[in-house]
Design a protein around this ligand. Structure first.
Ligand SMILES: *Cc1c(COP(=O)(O)O)cnc(C)c1O
Length: 365
């Protein structure tokens, strides 16, 4: 039996995608081969790769002066690739200034990794209130190589309600947990990157969308695999790309297009999230710790109101366990923040959210 899977990542995929992949696992497009078995440079694989890229371009409205790269190493490797390619100096330790806004654990990790290659300047942080809001974004400064934000904060459940205007300084964002959940104006960004395992497909593929003028600035000492120009000039085929993951992303994009595209998905996502937040806001037992204007559509942490810590922990542990027994799995909060968290990515049907609310009602009683 399939469960409702609220995992923050890797997370649920649309059933239709899994069924299609299963039907093609031994023989895709009459080639007599699995996608896992074919050369990435073959005429059989080419249309699979091209379909994924063109659907992503179409669904996100990616302008022609941006490259789409399919890489490996997760969003975490982009924490290093961004500064290496945009800010690193002629010798290690001589990097240019780079602005970071600290809105959560991933944003903080990005800044920490970048500080090895760039002169990182954390311009604002919401750490003072356990990351439950998005701070005002100070203006970019002259001399900034780039300005980095994390559009949706997966662990604490916040998202930027408006995109900062950084003028001529390239705005870079980690969009791992919100890609394709709502429309994004790509032209406002220099680079967007996302690990696939939340809204796109299986773990192992990282999508990087990069404006042409930001390619080709890595210093000579940058490892070849960590240079954007290496991958851009070879169409993501400098070495073997994550072929199967790219194929599954293509199936997910096809599913999304059939649903009506990103606008239609966003409408559904708002409906799902509003339903759940309304329930939390009216509950006498559960609440959302996140300030209203900054609430994520994708990741919704919640806690119980018990005033004594031991009781709270007991209630929350019991909640996660009983929910799992009822077919609602992976609801534990991140190990660093505790409580519960429902990740309701694109693939989570509205019936899953309704089932969770019903379960919570029963739990309260
Ligand atoms: C999951 C996640 C990451 C980590 O991604 P990896 O692919 O595991 O490196 C980074 N940033 C955000 C916002 C995430 O949600």
């Amino acid at each position: 039996m399939r469960v409702y899977n609220f995992s923050p990542g890797p997370s649920a995929l649309p059933l239709a995608v899994l069924e299609k992949a299963a039907s093609e696992i031994q023989d895709v497009n009459g080639t007599g081969q699995s996608v896992m078995e074919m050369s990435h440079r073959s005429k059989d694989y080419k249309p699979i790769f091209e379909k994924t890229e063109s659907l992503l371009r179409e669904l996100m409205g990616i302008p022609a002066n941006y490259k789409v790269l399919f890489l490996q190493g997760g969003a975490s490797l982009q924490f290093a690739m961004v500064p290496l390619n945009l800010a690193a100096g002629d010798a290690p330790g001589q990097g240019k200034k780079a602005a970071y806004i600290d809105t959560g654990i991933w944003a903080e990790k990005a800044a920490k990794e970048a500080s090895k290659y760039a002169a990182v300047d954390v311009r604002a942080s919401s750490k003072d209130k356990a990351y439950t809001y998005i701070p005002d974004a100070p203006p970019a400064q002259s001399g900034d190589a780039y300005y980095h934000i994390t559009l949706n904060n997966t662990i604490v459940g916040t998202k930027w309600d408006k995109i900062p205007n950084t003028g001529s300084v390239p705005l870079i964002s980690d969009i791992s947990s919100c890609i394709l959940s709502e429309p994004i104006d790509v032209s406002k960004f220099g680079i967007l990157y996302a690990g696939a395992q939340k809204n796109l497909g299986p773990a192992g593929t990282t999508v990087v969308i990069i404006r042409d003028d930001l390619i080709g600035h890595a210093p000579a000492w940058t490892p070849v695999m960590l240079r954007y120009d290496t991958h851009a000039s070879e169409g993501s085929m400098y070495n073997t790309p994550p072929c199967y993951g790219i194929y599954i992303i293509g199936l997910v994009l096809e599913w999304l297009k059939n649903l009506g595209g990103v606008e239609a998905m966003a409408k559904l996502n708002r409906e799902k999230a509003n339903m759940f937040y309304s329930y939390l806001d009216s509950s006498k037992v559960f609440y959302s710790p996140v300030e209203k204007p900054f609430r994520s559509l994708m990741n919704i942490p919640f806690v119980t109101m018990a005033d004594d810590d031991a009781k709270k922990t007991e209630q929350e542990t019991r909640f996660v366990k009983e929910a799992a027994a009822a077919g609602l799995v992976n609801l534990a909060g991140h190990r660093l923040v505790g409580g519960m968290r429902a990740s309701i990515y694109n693939a989570m049907p509205i019936d899953g959210v309704k089932a969770l609310i019903n379960f919570m009602d029963k739990f309260v009683k």
